[in-house]
Design a protein around this ligand. Structure first.
Ligand code: SF4
Ligand code: SF4
Length: 501
């Protein structure tokens, strides 16, 4: 039954109803607009020294940085890209395409380069302007995202905003390969006889509404698949946004949504070069973010750009530029280089020829040459569970520490009265943590250890599915190296952060 949630009596009907999703999306959009309004004029509190006094007490800041950015990682663990099914930005983008120019996205934009640049730009802007500390800046960021989603919808067909500018969607796409949840057809080959393929094309329909003797008809357009997927051809969940438009459009009830085994999509194919680059950048940024709490490691990681800035005589912005380039690209590439080299060397072919043989005598046919990013695409696969574990650790720690602010933020969305009551007048006790630190540290260590074990198991599984023209042992050695170096840094950070205090 759990392999098809539509079979569960009430839940199935709710999931299949377009109105469930319309109401959820409408609610999410209304909340997003309210968040922009609640945060727009709130920067700090006049007379209060701490400029970022409203960082957690303001509802906009709290909801966005604690629950939206961090909480959805926990959703992704179980349900892959399912946040995209209710995300107000993606929905808004899709709605606006109906009245827009419906231009096709140029081929060169259909790679992961734009979204990788968006990820780096977002990190740099948040770091430089400390957007996460100030509700008015957070509200402006949200307003900008709404404007970009509308702009993309006016220009392009499909969900261009999701493809070009939403790093969250790309991250969920990576984690969706592991999630124990999928959308597939019930029976392979069952769609061959379907003449209109309405699941993909959407199409339009007449609707009839009658009230007493009055009968009304209206012509409505069905929503099509925002990413042009054919359900029968989905073998990997990373692109599917789980919007369920195809389920609503299919006249033959051929599609199911349900649970499956973990990591089901991993190893079927390498990450395409663009997505491998996205993962590499994500690896660098997550490593740098994680190491923030281990000062010695952070200083060691930032030593090269510091020295380069000194040599070039660059201070301030120059150093920030070098640091961003280092953290987002050079550092993670260097972290993966030993893995690539080990696998590449294992593919060297050495043939012993008889002394009498001519140097150009035929030997075994040469193996196919796998390019650098093609190999990184394979080596990146077992790193996905590790990154998910690190993301989960960050999410759990953040939610544990800050979730207590939610009741305050709900009672006083601006956050001013709550801050004053807690910190100045002391008429309210400060929010506590959900789980005591002595228990939490073991939970997060367990999460990280689990991520490392799953990554090792993923490496084994991916090695088993490699093409035959390359060395599986070499790949396995490379994958172990790719997992070992970041794992050592993450475990050291966690121990230094939570166990040695
Ligand atoms: S890709 Fe991003 S913007 Fe699009 S639906 Fe998913 S989370 Fe929302
Ligand atoms: S395959 Fe179906 S659920 Fe997935 S994105 Fe397309 S329409 Fe939405």
């Amino acid at each position: 039954m759990l392999s098809n949630l539509f079979d569960i009596p009430l839940l199935g009907a709710l999931l299949k109803s377009r109105w469930t999703w319309r109401l959820l999306r409408l609610g999410a959009l209304a909340l997003l607009l309210a968040m922009i309004a609640w945060g727009w004029k709130e920067h700090g509190i006049p007379g209060i020294k701490a400029g970022d006094a409203l960082m957690y007490t303001n509802l906009t800041n709290h909801l966005f940085w604690v629950w939206w950015i961090m909480g959805v990682v926990i959703v992704a663990l179980f349900f892959g890209r399912s946040w995209c099914a209710v995300c107000p930005l993606g929905w808004l983008n899709g709605l606006v395409t109906r009245i827009g120019l419906k231009r096709e996205l140029p081929g060169w934009l259909k790679s992961y380069i734009p979204v990788t640049l968006a990820l780096v730009a977002l990190q740099v802007v948040v770091y430089l302007f400390a957007i996460h500390r100030y509700p008015d800046l957070t509200a402006r960021l949200l307003a900008l995202l709404v404007a970009l989603a509308v702009g993309c919808g006016l220009l392009f067909r499909q969900r261009a905003f999701c493809m070009l500018l939403c790093p969250a969607g790309a991250v969920f796409g990576l984690y969706a390969r592991l999630a124990p949840f999928e959308l597939r057809v019930k029976q392979n080959g069952g769609c061959a006889a379907c003449s209109d393929q309405s699941c993909v094309s959407g199409g339009s329909e007449w609707r009839r509404f009658s009230l007493g003797r009055g009968v009304f008809f209206w012509h409505s357009r069905r929503d099509d698949c925002p990413v042009d997927l054919v359900p029968e051809q989905i073998h990997d969940s990373h692109d599917c946004t789980l919007c369920l438009n195809c389920v609503h459009n299919c006249r033959n009830d051929s599609i199911r949504v349900g649970f499956r085994r973990w990591m089901a999509d991993l190893g079927q194919s390498p990450l395409p070069a663009g997505e491998a680059l996205f993962l590499v950048v994500l690896l660098g940024l997550l490593t740098a973010n994680f190491s923030k709490v281990y000062i010695d490691l952070r200083e060691a990681l930032l030593w090269p750009p510091q020295q380069a800035a000194l040599l070039l005589g660059w201070g301030g912005d120059g150093f920030n530029l070098l640091a961003a380039f280092w953290v987002a690209l050079l550092l993670p590439v260097l972290m993966l280089l030993p893995a690539w080299a080990a696998w590449r060397l294992a593919d060297l072919q050495v043939a012993a020829l008889p002394a009498t043989a001519a140097p150009d005598a035929p030997t075994d046919p040469p193996r196919t040459e796998h390019g650098f990013w093609h190999r990184i695409g394979y080596l990146a696969l077992p790193i996905i569970p590790l990154l998910l574990a690190v993301h989960l650790v960050l999410a759990v720690v953040k939610i544990n520490a800050k979730a207590g602010y939610l009741p305050f933020a709900l009672r006083d969305p601006s956050g001013v009265k709550s801050f004053l009551a807690i910190n100045v007048m002391h008429t309210l006790p400060g929010p506590g943590i959900l789980i005591p630190l002595d228990i939490l540290k073991w939970i997060v260590l367990g999460l990280l250890a689990g991520g490392i074990l799953v990554a090792l198991s993923a490496a084994r599984r991916c090695a088993g599915q490699l093409p035959t023209d390359t060395s599986r042992r070499g790949y396995l050695l490379g994958a172990l190296l790719a997992i070992a170096l970041p794992s050592a840094m993450y475990v050291a950070t966690l121990i230094r952060w939570l166990f040695i205090r």
